[in-house]
Design a protein around this ligand. Structure first.
Ligand SMILES: [Zn+2]
Length: 417
């Protein structure tokens, strides 16, 4: 088992060209006293859509580490994998995100439910379980345990199967994350405790847990929801995890993982404050924000870069329903706020870059266009070598945007003094 660093930042890179520019942000952060560890994550879904193999992420990470002389830990995350998809990730990955969200709500065997309640009856205390940091004891009864088992036990049993599948095949140590974020209903702090009981029983040595939090975590834009409610929930979640790590034998580094974590500017001060107060760690997962910086960099570069950015938009717009459809739950795009392809073709590179760049204070910023570009990466993938060539040709300006985004808008606001 690998012992994860306290602060890890997932840096997805859809097209695999920005590893060095991403790592440069961590190098600079470290010079400023921000100790964050990079995790290159790419999901099976992304590999399939773009037509890449998991080994390419390992190659990218190793190349960046060597080129920049990074002498600190780093990881390659097989993101959102399951039993059916994990095998091609086994060799190149040393971090596995076991996605069991699609099993939530599936019934577990009645005997297993009964065994679960029996196994943890020590927590069925009349006055509740005292958990340091929680305002009130956590009160559990057998009915609540059975209800939770009905929701989550089959999913956590699946996590156990995936974990053992990896463990039995992989010699090198690896880190395990369990993700239940891709579901409709947020999990409460009490749900997290019950989920952790199930994972403990399954023997899954989870180091990070990615719940679905309250509020909307839209792709590439800020958090939308009740900040005070989020703060209460996150605070209680941290108390639960610290307690579970001690009581249930999880790694002491057990921490929360925030998926779709890029660009959540209003949350970073809250999260930063809470993890400091609890002395807790954090994993923040980002992916599409780097692809958006590529689009911004190409626009800013002008010439052939801008032409490719315009072409992507021109091809994406007629495919609006196909591109947005799979992401309906995680984007809020008003088509009326998108420029026509002809209008956008008349924009300068600076105009397009300013519309896409996530600077809420800039009047030109257009969150609808930004989110639409976010889901349009498949069109860039279809351009194939023409897109990749443009990235190569304008590598410096793209890299400046990629590095600046991670450093200025993520690492510093989250972990800086
Ligand atoms: Zn996720």
């Amino acid at each position: 088992m690998k012992s994860l660093e306290k602060f890890t930042l997932g840096t997805g890179d859809r097209f695999g060209r920005q590893g060095r520019a991403q790592l440069a942000a961590f190098v600079r952060a470290r010079e400023e006293g921000i100790d964050a560890c990079p995790v290159w994550n790419k999901s099976n879904r992304e590999h399939t859509l773009i037509g890449t193999e998991p080994a390419s992420v390992r190659a990218e990470a190793d190349d960046a580490v060597q080129a920049l002389g990074w002498d600190r830990p780093y990881y390659v995350d097989a993101d959102h994998i399951g039993l059916a998809t994990v095998d091609r990730f086994l060799a190149p990955s040393d971090f596995f995100t076991l996605d069991v969200a699609d099993r939530i709500g599936r019934p577990a065997a009645p005997d297993d439910v009964a065994a679960f309640v029996k196994r943890w009856e020590t927590y069925l205390r009349p006055g509740g379980v005292e958990i340091p940091g929680l305002a009130a004891p956590l009160v559990l009864d057998a009915a609540r345990m059975r209800e939770a088992a009905g929701q989550f036990l089959a999913a956590m049993q699946e996590a156990g199967k995936i974990y053992r599948h990896i463990r039995d095949r992989k010699r090198e140590p690896f880190a395990v994350e369990v993700s239940v974020d891709e579901t409709d209903r947020p999990q409460s702090p009490a749900d997290l405790f019950l989920i952790l009981l199930m994972l403990a029983q399954e023997g899954v040595p989870a180091q990070t847990l990615a719940p679905k939090f309250t509020g909307r975590f839209n792709k590439g834009v800020d958090y939308a929801g009740d900040l005070a409610a989020f703060e209460r929930e996150f605070d209680a979640d941290l108390a639960i995890l610290a307690f579970a790590a001690k009581e249930l034998g999880f790694p002491p580094t057990l921490k929360l993982s925030v998926h779709s974590g890029s660009d959540k500017f209003s949350l970073y001060p809250v999260i930063g404050r809470l993890v400091r107060r609890h002395g807790a760690g954090l994993h923040l997962k980002t992916a599409g924000t780097t692809w958006l910086e590529e689009a911004i960099g190409l626009a800013e570069a002008g010439g052939s870069g801008l032409a490719v950015a315009r072409e992507i938009y021109g091809k994406a717009l007629p495919l609006f329903d196909d591109l947005v459809g799979p992401y309906r739950a995680v984007v809020d795009i008003d088509p009326a706020r998108l420029p026509s392809a002809a209008a956008l073709a008349a924009w300068t590179g600076e105009q397009l870059a300013a519309a896409l760049r996530h600077d809420p204070a800039c009047p030109a910023y257009n969150p609808h266009l930004r989110q639409f570009f976010h889901v349009s990466f498949k069109v860039a993938a279809k351009l194939g070598p023409r897109y990749l060539d443009a990235l190569g040709e304008h590598a410096a300006v793209v890299a400046r945007n990629v590095t600046g985004n991670l450093l200025d808008r993520h690492l510093r606001p989250l972990l800086g003094a």
